[in-house]
Write a protein that binds this ligand. Structure first.
Ligand code: BGC
Length: 246
């Protein structure tokens, strides 16, 4: 069975049909640049474009980069503030006539990794981090998600941690991978102190090539790259829609 998975990011919006049984993409994914205004209406136009591309009439799961409570958007750290208060599932229904379920993008990626990827069958405390326009987090205890954690927003050096360790920060400041990894290592050590996880899973477009940064990490806690790389968000959003999870 397929569900259409969509992942709204600060730089790109991706969609693909997802085989819910296997967690695999059915065919190719489509990536469209996030409209520069970062406002709801143009992003909804992109969602409509993705739905039309796949001629999709069915269930749709959508990852969004902020806190979501029952399909209602609570924060818009890296998007326009006019998103706040919107019921995105209702808007998608108006626009495409499809039923959808909205979930935080990192929680979606985490769900995919815990079911079909690096966290498969792992008990204990697992922290999944996504490195992209922001830093997203998903927390699991014995496979159970604690939703809407915002570990990119913990304060480090008087600012949100993601302001200095996102891939946008790495590019903006022209950091070498070694310099970036040192910052990231510091951040991981802090999370370690706070939460004592058994495993870190690192995903997102900004950390797609582990060889770039893993050699510079000194953290003792086991750390593995996300197996589904940049697709985990779409896969997990589709899975969450089926289960109407969180
Ligand atoms: C948002 C999170 C999101 C992360 C990754 C952060 O700025 O606050 O909700 O998961 O970016 O997109």
């Amino acid at each position: 069975m397929n569900v259409l998975g969509i992942d709204i990011g600060g730089t790109g919006i991706k969609g693909s049909l997802i085989n819910i049984k296997t967690g695999e993409l059915t065919g190719d994914h489509l990536r469209i640049q996030t409209p520069p205004s970062l406002k709801p209406e143009p992003v909804l136009d992109v969602i409509e474009e993705i739905v039309d591309h796949y001629k999709w009439e069915g269930l749709l799961g959508c990852g969004y980069p902020g806190v979501i409570i029952q399909n209602v958007i609570n924060t818009a750290t890296n998007l326009d503030p006019s998103w706040i208060g919107i019921n995105l599932a209702e808007k998608i229904k108006e626009k495409t006539n499809n039923t959808s379920w909205i979930i935080n993008d990192a929680d979606a990626a985490g769900i995919a990794e815990m079911h079909f990827g690096a966290g498969r069958n792992i008990k204990g405390v697992v922290i999944v981090l996504t490195v992209g326009t922001g830093i997203g987090s998903a927390f699991f205890a014995d496979g159970q998600l604690f939703p809407n954690t915002e570990m990119g927003l913990i304060i480090m050096n008087k600012n949100f941690a993601e302001r200095s360790i996102s891939s946008v920060a790495r590019e903006r400041e022209n950091l070498t991978w070694e310099d970036w990894a040192k910052r990231f290592n510091h951040y991981l050590q802090y999370l370690n102190t706070l939460f004592s996880p058994d495993l870190f899973i690192i995903g997102g477009g900004g950390a797609i090539e582990p060889n770039n940064y893993v050699p510079y990490l000194t953290i003792d806690t086991p750390l593995v790259p996300a197996e589904h790389r940049n697709n985990a968000g779409m896969i997990g959003a589709a899975m969450a829609a089926l289960n109407q999870q969180i």
